[in-house]
Ligand binder design. Structure first.
Ligand code: NAD
Ligand code: IPM
Ligand code: MN
Length: 354
């Protein structure tokens, strides 16, 4: 029997609360399947760890994580530790260090999920965002000159490499071909006269290898507008790191909310472990109350199952989420229900085991 070794980083705020339910889902999938099992090791890294140890995770954390088949992450960040420290030194360190250059974020409105768009039907909102996840606006270098003087200047580098753009755009084209959907590139070449002109050029170049894929291009401002006014026009979407971050919160808002939005940080080469997480943060405003929606985390567990080659179990996890929404039961308050985080997770488990 195959045993997968999973590193679990629950993190901060609602992270540990939703993580329990992702683990419950994975164990249920393994039990039902019977051909594989999971071994979980949990790492207490995050803001509390930082306050005790002066670092978000140990210096050799990546060496430790390298040995695992995959990583599950809850959420990171909490008042008391500056966000640029907590996120840079943990989440982004793992994404970058393990070259998880693809961020897959489905934006899919399931029947029964709340949607603020008047008249939108589930079939109207069914897209997959492929967000560049290793460089771009998140490269993380820059300079802070003449600090604390009236001449103060801050420069934040934005780095777009040929390799970095090509690989994410090619990944998106391959997915569009496989899913028989259009591919929309979202950029901003009219203002960002180096980075985004380059991005657009590479989209054109790589696109020549995919004559069968319908190609579309939108400026990010218009894309935001169309996601609200006409979401049907999007199938597969490829965009830069920052634009992908912002647009997928908008995507979450139109497809059920932050409590339902999942993301996979993939190293498709499988040189390093990939990391699976809900796209929401640590939600300090509701942390500790047992009311966080675990379905985003459960959905990310489904992405993990698929990445490990268990698409049938991944589909069952998604179907379990769809069942709760369709039957409007065992849902947390953000979905209009009264269930606690663990009640919702246990309902998923029961459906997985049925
Ligand atoms: P957030 O996603 O944590 O919360 C935004 C809003 O959505 C809040 O009102 C919150 O209650 C709600 N929400 C989020 N997840 C929910 C869930 N599962 N169920 C019900 N409601 C949910 O974003 P924020 O408030 O901007 O950030 C809080 C902290 O999280 C910050 O430190 C931020 O840097 C960090 N953050 C971390 C990640 C991550 O670890 N992947 C992602 C985003 C933000
Ligand atoms: C996300 C988050 C992160 C990002 C933050 C916490 C660094 O917002 O995963 O969407 O911007 O990538
Ligand atoms: Mn985000």
């Amino acid at each position: 029997m195959e045993e997968y070794r999973i590193a679990v980083i629950p993190g901060d705020g609602i992270g540990p609360e939703v993580m329990d339910e992702a683990v419950r889902t994975l164990n249920a999938a393994a039990k039902k399947d019977g051909t594989f099992s999971f071994h979980f090791d949990t790492f207490p890294w995050g803001c509390e760890y930082y306050l005790k140890n002066g670092e978000m995770m140990p210096a050799d954390a990546l060496d430790t994580l390298k040995a695992y088949d995959a990583i599950l992450l809850g959420a990171v960040g909490f008042p008391g530790v500056p966000d640029h420290i907590s996120l840079r030194d943990l989440l982004l360190k793992i994404r970058h260090g393990f070259d998880e250059y693809i961020n897959v974020r489905p934006v899919k409105l399931l029947p029964g999920a709340p949607c603020p768009l008047a008249g939108a039907k589930p079939e109207d909102i069914d897209m997959i965002f492929i967000r560049e996840n290793s460089e771009g606006e998140y490269y993380g270098t820059g300079s802070w000159l003449y600090r604390d003087t009236p001449q103060e200047v801050v420069i934040q580098d934005s780095v777009f490499s040929r390799k970095g753009c090509e690989r994410v755009i090619r990944y998106a084209f391959d997915l569009a071909r496989k899913e028989k959907k259009s591919l929309t590139s979202i950029s901003k070449g009219n203002a960002l006269n180096y980075s985004m002109v380059f991005w657009d050029q590479i989209f054109e170049e790589v696109g020549k290898d995919y004559p069968d894929v319908e190609k579309k291009h939108l400026l990010v401002d218009a894309a935001s507008m169309f996601m609200v006014k006409d979401p049907k026009r999007f199938g597969i979407v490829v965009t830069s790191n920052l634009f992908g971050d912002i647009l997928t919160d908008l995507g979450a808002a139109i497809s059920g909310g932050m409590g339902l939005a999942a993301g996979a940080n993939l190293n498709p080469d499988r040189t390093f472990p990939s990391m699976f997480e809900p796209i929401h943060g640590s939600a300090p405003d509701i942390a500790g109350q047992g009311i966080a929606n675990p379905l985003a985390s459960v959905w990310s567990a489904a992405q993990l199952l698929e990445f490990l080659g268990h698409k049938d179990q991944a589909d069952r996890a998604l179907e379990a989420i769809a069942t709760l929404l369709r039957e409007h039961r065992d849902l947390t308050p953000d979905m209009g229900g009264t269930a606690s985080t663990s009640e919702c997770g246990k309902a998923i488990e029961a459906l997985m085991l049925a």
